[in-house]
Design a protein around this ligand. Structure first.
Ligand code: HEC
Length: 138
């Protein structure tokens, strides 16, 4: 009886920790993966390297004053960023901010806003997956 109680509370603990967050994040990635396959039958999986290139790179097509993701998020994913208005943005790296990319509505809202601002278009499903894959390793 006691043993079962301990086991039950242990698994409850696990469900609320980073393990739970990583399950939510995986579900979001799985969905991007399904979409990416629909958009491109040759899609083979996400690339952290491509995610890094998108994050670090300068882009044309969006607003000239925000030509890269790093304009607000800075070059260091583990550090805090800043909005144009000077508000702090918490780190994008999972190692520093395990709650990142776990709420599908939040993820869609900000990719939508930021990709259009920086690239002048929506990010593709594979770009979104590459970006999150890069941040998981940070
Ligand atoms: C003009 C400033 C700005 C730029 C440029 C910018 N972002 Fe952001 N981003 C924000 C803010 C503000 C938030 C919301 C606050 C937060 O999540 O801490 C955010 C949040 C996000 C989130 C949501 C993360 C989560 O927790 O679910 C993603 C994903 C994201 N940005 C991706 C990008 C990508 C990719 C680029 C480049 C294509 C980019 N951002 C460029 C300001 C910016």
């Amino acid at each position: 009886m006691m043993k079962r109680l301990i086991l039950a509370s242990l698994s409850a603990l696990l469900m609320t920790g980073p393990a739970f967050a990583s399950g939510e994040r995986q579900a979001i990635l799985d969905q991007f993966s399904t979409q990416a396959k629909q958009q491109d039958p040759a899609f083979k999986g996400f690339s952290a390297e491509k995610g890094q290139t998108m994050f670090m790179g300068k882009h044309a097509g969006g607003k000239p004053e925000t030509s890269s993701c790093t304009t607000c998020h800075t070059q260091d994913p583990k550090g805090s960023g800043q909005t144009k208005a000077g508000k702090e943005i918490k780190p994008m790296a999972i190692s520093r901010n395990p709650a990142r990319y776990t709420d599908p509505a939040e993820v869609e809202k900000w990719f939508g806003r930021n990709c259009n601002q920086v690239l002048g278009r929506d990010c593709t499903a594979s770009e979104k997956g590459d970006f999150i894959t890069f941040m998981i390793g940070q």
